[in-house]
Design a protein around this ligand. Structure first.
Ligand SMILES: [Fe+2]
Ligand SMILES: [Fe+2]
Length: 138
């Protein structure tokens, strides 16, 4: 799977969250470059650790935002975040000691997850926010 490229189709109409998501896309780009080129000097394990740390911080930020806007699907959304975190934990447990093939599979999984999650789950936050703005007294 080639690296995903940012486009406005991924925007959830929240500048801070969009900026976070853009950074994920950049990290996936570096991971792909590092894994597919055997001569690459990219530190794949280091980038994966960074991705995990960044994801944890982003998910926390997003969950606080959901609380702030009294989002009705917080529990389901958080459960989704936990899937990504569990996958990263699996990698952490192996201390990066996995084959190139396994790294490729891991990056594919994480990237697919992120892409689907932004489009299906994170975008609902924009819809919810819009609904709230339309009915300010509810
Ligand atoms: Fe999310
Ligand atoms: Fe997100």
């Amino acid at each position: 799977m080639p690296p995903i490229r940012w486009s406005d189709d991924y925007s959830i109409e929240n500048r801070r969250l969009d900026d976070h998501h853009k950074l994920f896309f950049e990290l996936f780009k570096s991971l792909h470059a590092g894994i597919s080129d055997v001569n690459s000097t990219e530190d794949i394990n280091g980038i994966l650790v960074k991705l995990g740390d960044y994801a944890a911080a982003h998910f926390t930020y997003e969950e606080i935002y959901m609380l702030d806007i009294s989002y009705n699907r917080l529990k389901e959304h958080r459960a989704q975040h936990d899937i990504f975190k569990a996958k990263i934990k699996e990698f952490d447990r192996l201390k990066g000691n996995i084959s190139r093939e396994m790294k490729l599979q891991l990056v594919d999984f994480l990237q697919k997850w992120m892409q689907g999650h932004i489009v299906e789950e994170d975008k609902r936050l924009a819809e919810w926010k819009e609904k709230l703005q339309r009915t300010p007294n509810s």
